[in-house]
Design a protein around this ligand. Structure first.
Ligand code: TXA
Ligand code: MG
Length: 328
């Protein structure tokens, strides 16, 4: 247990919160929508700690927060439609899902391995001051324990996450009170992934018709990972709980590696699930691209702490690709 600091949203509190973020600590912070659980998005361990603090049984991709559009567009591709939406809605309760740029600073774990990254600029003076002082993208899922409702006051955050995070920056109650609208711009037509603070009508007034996810997933629509699917899956078949490995298989190792694999990626030589979470998506991508192998064999990983989320992700990667449950 950590004693969670409750910080006033004045210059000293914002400076303290930014210093904690830069040191890899977790800080709850108010936005116009709901309180976010902030972490340095460029720090894989800080991002892993977000999933651990929320007690999320799986890795969902996280939104990154920026003080202005230009900072966001350093990390993601920004086609003209994204620039028009940023111009119209930022700062504000609209999150854009865009392709990650080469050299994207945001940890792959924050994107849950996807080729896309969700970004937004919140309309909230204290949040913007914090983001400026942090000087780097800040990952921020809603600051609640998994399965609980999103918090709209610092007291809600304290009740759910007190003792699990370094601090909460108390900027009073959130003005909007529902999460941001999530709009996927990584495919052809914009897809409304989550309704929220920015209305569909207001978005359509800027970009024309947007689709709902059901329509986007309809027969014949593109289904490549990183476009419309919300989860990354490697293209090679995945075999779980491997006790032996063949020469034509790539091995995702956890602890002392099995002998004989055609390629090896070590998640954590020491058998540390936090380190393994940080390296999971990079490992799947590396082995998928290894060449000369027909499958990825995964050594057993304990289902404790972040190991639960790692096993959930791997089970989905191993499920038959036509199984809709694996894509959920
Ligand atoms: O208002 C908000 O959006 C708040 C404040 C703190 O900014 N944040 C928030 O984050 O609600 P979270 O993690 O609770 O919700 C993020 C949503 C999830 O539904 C997630 O699946 C989706 O955004 N998302 C994030 N990255 C994505 C991606 N690359 N592709 C598709 N969906 C993504
Ligand atoms: Mg949430």
């Amino acid at each position: 247990m950590t004693a969670t600091e409750l910080l006033a949203a004045d210059a000293a509190g914002i400076a303290r919160a930014a210093a904690l973020l830069r040191a890899g600590e977790l800080v709850g912070f108010g936005t116009e929508t709901v309180y976010g659980l902030g972490a340095d998005a460029t720090n894989e361990r800080a991002v892993a700690a977000v999933f651990a603090a929320k007690g999320r049984p799986r890795f969902n991709p996280l939104i990154c927060h920026y003080p202005e559009a230009e900072a966001a567009f350093e990390d993601v591709e920004a086609p003209p439609v994204a620039r028009r939406l940023a111009e119209a809605f930022w700062p504000g309760p609209l999150t854009l899902v865009l392709p990650r740029r080469p050299g994207c600073r945001v940890a792959l774990l924050a994107a849950a391995g996807l080729a896309t990254q969700a970004v937004r600029v919140p309309a909230h003076a204290a949040a913007l001051a914090l983001l400026r002082a942090a000087g780097r993208p800040v990952a921020g899922p809603s600051a609640n324990r998994s399965g609980q409702v999103s918090p709209t006051t610092a007291a809600h955050v304290m009740a759910g996450l007190g003792g699990r995070i370094a601090a909460v920056l108390d900027s009073g109650p959130c003005r909007v009170g529902v999460e941001s609208t999530v709009l996927d711009l990584s495919g052809g037509q914009p897809v409304l992934l989550r309704p929220g603070g920015a209305t569909r009508e207001a978005i359509e007034a800027v970009v024309g018709p947007v689709r709902l996810p059901e329509a986007a997933h309809a027969k014949g629509a593109p289904r490549s990972p990183g476009m419309l699917l919300s989860h990354y899956a490697p293209s090679l078949p995945v075999r779980l709980a491997a006790r032996t490995v063949a020469a034509d298989e790539a091995l995702l190792a956890f602890g002392p590696p099995l002998d004989g694999a055609g390629a090896v990626f070590q998640l954590s030589a020491a058998g540390d699930v936090v380190e393994a979470a940080c390296r999971l998506f990079a490992g799947l991508r590396a082995l998928d691209a290894a060449g000369g192998v027909r499958a990825i064999a995964v050594m057993p990983i304990p289902a404790t702490g972040l190991g639960l989320a790692i096993n959930d992700r791997l089970r989905r990667a191993a499920a038959p690709r036509d199984d809709p449950a694996a894509l959920a």
